[in-house]
Design a protein around this ligand. Structure first.
Ligand code: SF4
Length: 325
């Protein structure tokens, strides 16, 4: 491929396939409190839990119809961590055969609690191992140094530790518009401290947020380049039950077409530091919760289109990277 794929990175590092078991550890999100006006404008309140952890949802596939009853009920996973891990492991084993696993604290803000509470949750999850990696998804404004010290202490237990940090855009006006509840400086501060604690850092970004164009996408790429080891890139999509759903239905939001998104991602990749690992390239909102776009190709077709486009244009990840002071 013309970029560093996550699966290659894992195979090189561990000598085998490694799959994430995503769990909902019962955390909430500070940005969804009443005083923060209901969270990010694109958040449907499902906290991004793996579909196989929601009863009934794993039956949906890429071509399923949008189902407002499922999308708006925002079902929350209530199973204990042990059961979720068992379910995730069984699902992965059925689909991919015997593999190694990582534990992925995926839903909502997985550092939103006291240090003692975090320790109890992480310890319990790790007791169902072995896991190659412990991956913690969180927000820049919820990652104080005492939490980072706790998290980095798990490296001594023989597990690699990764922090997934949401940035979405490096443009403060956009962050305000989408009600992220933090600015780009807060992301840089958290990202720097994650690296000072010796942790692997992955950054989430969205390309195609309202009002943004190529200049914004490339400035977000520069922000990612500063501290990240990996990046997850999503196209903006509209999920049911979000503030963006209302704005999209009233014509206030225009989404990128597949071709526009291909342009955005290929340029974004070309401007990244060449060693950054690419963990995602397209949004994976399940079709039954997705209002728009409904005409995007599925992940494998999109990746084939992207590879072809970059080949035709002579682009590689990092081919237009310029180190910034
Ligand atoms: S930080 Fe995540 S869980 Fe919290 S409101 Fe934003 S998208 Fe939703």
């Amino acid at each position: 491929m013309r970029w560093n794929t996550y699966s290659d990175y894992l195979r090189k590092k561990y000598g085998q396939n490694v799959f994430r078991i995503g769990v909902d550890a019962g955390f909430s999100c500070p940005n969804r409190r009443k005083d923060r006006m209901g969270g990010c404008a694109f958040c449907d309140g499902t906290g991004a839990v793996a579909v196989y952890q929601r009863s009934g949802e794993s039956a949906f596939h890429h071509d399923s119809s949008y189902d407002s009853s499922v999308a708006n009920s925002a079902p929350h996973c209530s199973q204990d961590i042990g059961k979720q891990i068992e379910k995730g492991r069984a699902f992965i084993r059925r689909r991919y055969g015997e593999s190694a696993y990582s534990i992925y604290f995926q839903s909502f803000t997985n550092t939103y609690g006291t240090v003692d509470h975090l320790k109890a949750v992480y310890d319990e999850a790790l007791s169902y191992g072995p896991f190659k990696e412990m991956i913690i998804s969180t927000r820049p404004d919820c990652l104080e140094d005492d939490k980072l010290s706790l998290i980095s202490s798990y490296k001594k237990r023989g597990v690699d530790v990764e922090i997934e940090l949401g940035l979405q855009s490096a443009n403060d006006n956009t962050l305000k518009l989408i009600n992220r509840g933090h600015d780009a400086a807060s992301y840089f501060d958290a990202a720097r401290r994650v690296k000072e604690h010796g942790l692997f850092l992955s950054t989430h970004v969205i390309l195609g947020l309202p009002g943004e164009g190529m200049e914004d996408f490339l400035s977000t790429a520069d922000a990612v380049n500063r501290y990240s080891d990996a990046v997850k890139i999503h196209n903006l999509d509209i999920a049911g039950g979000t503030r963006f759903e209302v704005e999209y239905e009233s014509g206030k939001i225009r989404l990128l077409s597949t071709l526009e998104y291909l342009d955005a991602v290929s340029s974004f990749l070309a401007h990244l530091r060449p060693d950054i690992v690419i963990q995602r390239l397209i949004s994976e909102t399940p079709a039954h919760r997705l209002i728009a776009p409904r005409d995007f190709p599925d992940k494998s077709k999109f990746i084939a289109m992207l590879e072809k486009k970059m080949e035709t244009e002579g682009l590689w990840e990092g081919s237009q990277y310029v180190a910034k002071a």
